[in-house]
Design a protein around this ligand. Sequence first.
Ligand code: 13P
Length: 479
Amino acid sequence: MNFAKLCQTARDLVAPGKGILAADESSGTIQKRFDSISVPSTADNRRDYRELLFTTPGVEEAISGVILYDETLRQESSSGKRLAEVLADRNIIPGIKVDAGAKPLAGCPGESVTEGLDGLADRLAEYASLGARFAKWRAVIDIGDTLPSAHCIEVNAHALARYAALCQEYDLVPIVEPEVLMDGDNGIERCEEVTTDVLHATYHQLHLQGVKLEGTLLKPNMVLPAKQSGETATPEEVADASLRAYYRSVPAAVPGIVFLSGGQSPEEATLNLNAMNALGSHPWELSFSYGRALQQPVLQAWLGEADNGLTAQEAFHTVALANHQGRDGTYEAGQGGIPQGCHGQPPGPVRHIRACHGGCVSRTGNPPHKANDRALTRSFALCASWHCRVQASLRTCTNTSSWPRCWLSCHDMNPTTSAAVASGLSKNSRVPGKSPTSLLLNTLSIRAWLSSSLARSCSRVRPWPAPARASSVVPILPL
Ligand code: 13P
């Protein structure tokens, strides 16, 4: 076991602003996801969809790692490179789901135990040779009138610890995932109580089995009222109850807690993460390892059509960047969601675009839009995503909050323009280095490109008011 390597990988997975994409749906689960958008679950469709996710420009600012399924770890992209290498080339760490799923637990009706320990050592050795650097094992705990039983909690904790200890032997960081489901009718207090019990049992077993906590990550549920409870909880209430459970049971040696989304909407998951981080710093990084909350908007934008690839990538970029903001408690409601009901609508004609540049635009402001016009709303979603991308690029360039942000606001745009803007931004958002000159050049090239591209392809471009305050870092040139 290389302890230093394990610790470094674990820390890299929860680097500031970053989190994990869970794209490890088993064949059965991805079939369900594809059924929801009427796309057949063929190997090619699965490859195309995942390649779309993994090659989304700029997403490496928010995504540190991706959990893969066995098939995906071995699959080649359309360019002939293995998908795991496509990720690694972008500095995104490939990981692998290694459990064999939750199976009925003998003697405990309605409960399950996760299987997959048989032959695990050999599989881990092979996965490591295929480029995986971390792993995931999910245990499932149901809440019911008499559930969970102490036995169910115990056997799942024991299996999680056996898996984690084995992973570390092969220098794979184990993500330990004891998920308390939110499917029942219990309130938030009961979820807090069960989550605390489950985490206690899990850390007890990890300790007994000699797992080095510094080289692990925890992937728990947030503490929430169950779906059928009729209760709602504000992000602040979720943050309070969740943090109380973790503070009482998760050792500070664990570098990060990476949440599953567990059936929350993308917006809920982001707001709840944000609320926890807004409360200040904690002993562990609080980050995300979402499946559905990152992928739902992407699936709805993609619909299995190659022509929707760019829009789907924009959707992924938007939701990833929203969670990037949730990592430091700066996300504001409504900035990361793709408006409901507007996916797959043909974009309308070009109307006008306004570009704001050089000014420090408040991130609380929304570009003006007519929310009840479906085509316009769809454009607004794209627009919000460009806003994030430009903003993020400039932030990466300068690493200073005083740097003026570039903000695009559009009311509508045709597909050619959308494609041009998106691909131009992607090309120009690479940061070649961190010297002041390269930062300045990079920033200026983004601006110059935006200026000429927008002027060429839009019916009207006009600057917003001049900046209230110039940057003290480097001179800002007007577009
Ligand atoms: P969800 O975020 O959809 O809950 O999935 C995360 C995951 O990896 C479940 O094992």
